[in-house]
Write a protein that binds this ligand. Structure first.
Ligand code: NAD
Ligand code: WQD
Length: 345
């Protein structure tokens, strides 16, 4: 498949991160021209080499910051960019409450800076990494895109996502030649099937799957399950876990959609299947081949009961559907974590 948009470059900000790196692999596999900017604050440059190994392709990479306007202009001057997939952001929910200005600066000022440079170069197609966190504690399950976000996210990080959604929407309203896909990810999980790409958080992982994976390799003693008094079949909270490869492919579908000049549209990228924490522990234990230790702890502040997507709008309008299973997520994560523990990656 070749379209005119594929002859231009796709600029991927944060393309060396967890979701960005997997998306760059899918783009290269489909012969898109890709240029990546990532300040490597939350990753390592080695990720770029591993993407090149997996795809057997080279691509331009700039270890620069999206807050740096002249640096961004330099990239836009060097490459004929047609669209941007914007992943670059800080994503620590807990940390965002401790250093809110850093989060607002990086995630909001960084995005405004990027949008300004895009406008200067007449590049008006953007795919933005939003989050299911914009729904706060949703009144409707499964959650459609029309679910109100007014009560809003329960943390500073989530507010940066919601505010950027508003900024992009306002821009599309003011200037009708802009097109934007605001992708609300549910819970990305798993790793690349090669075992060469995945999430490797520094310090104590904030999220369930990386924490569980570190328990499995003996780096952490046991998992703390945050609350077993939620309204669910086993009392633990429900999330919609989506395989990182399915999620990445969703970005290509969104890019294609932008060619139809749709204006600004929101899409839920999820599976539509809710899974409790205990079910996830059981699925990952199966992949590892033994029971993993856990204890029940108090609820974590800001957590909500259930975030399960209604993905039908994305299924229909993007012609995209998550295909991979919980077992695929768990097996690929286990392969990746084993490689990390053995120093293979
Ligand atoms: P990540 O931390 O692995 O990737 C983000 C990348 O952006 C990192 O490589 C980091 O070095 C880079 N970066 C950060 N600030 C930058 C800046 N100012 N200039 C240049 N590069 C910068 O995170 P991820 O999980 O891959 O998330 C990607 C995007 O998806 C983020 O916007 C995140 O908020 C959003 N998101 C993630 C999840 C999730 O659970 N992982 C869920 C919903 C939304
Ligand atoms: C999943 C479930 C926890 C860790 C977060 C962000 C969201 C998005 C995705 C973006 C919850 C439970 C977790 C642990 C546990 N981020 N849990 N023990 O909170 O749904 O979403 O990541 O960039 O914005 O809020 O994901 O993986 O942290 O938690 O019991 O050690 O696992 O309570 O029910 P969450 P998570």
């Amino acid at each position: 498949m070749t379209t005119s948009s594929q002859n231009k470059f796709v600029l991927v900000t944060g393309g060396a991160g967890y979701i960005g790196s997997h998306t760059v692999v899918e783009l290269l596999n489909k012969d898109y021209n890709v240029v990546v900017v990532d300040n490597v604050s939350a990753t390592s440059q080695d990720t770029i080499h591993r993407i090149e190994k997996i795809t057997n392709k080279k691509f331009p990479f700039f270890p620069w910051d999206i807050l740096d306007g002249p640096a961004l202009r330099d990239i836009f001057n060097q490459f004929d960019i047609g669209s941007v997939i914007h992943f670059a952001a800080l994503k620590g929910v807990g940390e965002s409450g401790q250093i809110p200005l850093a989060y607002y600066h990086n995630n909001i000022t960084g995005t405004i800076n990027l949008l300004q440079v895009m406008k200067e170069f007449n590049v008006k197609n953007i795919v933005f990494s939003s989050s299911a966190t914009v729904y706060g504690e949703p009144p409707i399950i499964p959650i459609p895109e029309t679910c109100p976000t007014a009560s809003g996210p329960t943390n500073t990080y989530g507010r940066t996502k919601l505010f950027v959604e508003h900024i992009i929407r306002d821009l599309c309203t003011a200037e009708q030649d802009w097109n934007a896909a605001l992708l609300r990810y549910f819970n990305p999980a798993g790793a690349h099937p090669s075992g060469m790409l995945g999430e490797n958080p520094s310090g104590v992982p904030n999220n369930l799957m990386p924490y569980l994976a570190q328990v499995a390799v003996g780096k952490r003693e046991e998992l703390c399950i945050f609350g077993d008094d939620y309204k669910s079949k086993d009392g633990t909270a429900i999330r919609d876990y989506i395989h990182i490869v399915d999620l990445s492919i969703g970005h290509l579908a969104a890019l294609e959609k932008l060619n139809e000049n749709p204006g600004c549209i929101e899409y839920n990228l999820g599976t539509g299947q809710g899974t409790t924490v205990l079910e996830m522990v059981s699925a990952f234990s199966k992949a590892v081949g033994r029971d993993l230790p856990y204890k029940i702890c108090p609820r974590r502040a800001g957590d909500v009961t259930n975030l399960t997507a209604d993905p039908r709008k994305a299924n229909k309008e993007l012609n995209w559907k998550a295909e991979l299973t919980l077992d695929d997520m768990c097996q690929s994560l286990w392969k990746w974590q084993t490689n990390v523990a053995n120093g293979v990656v």
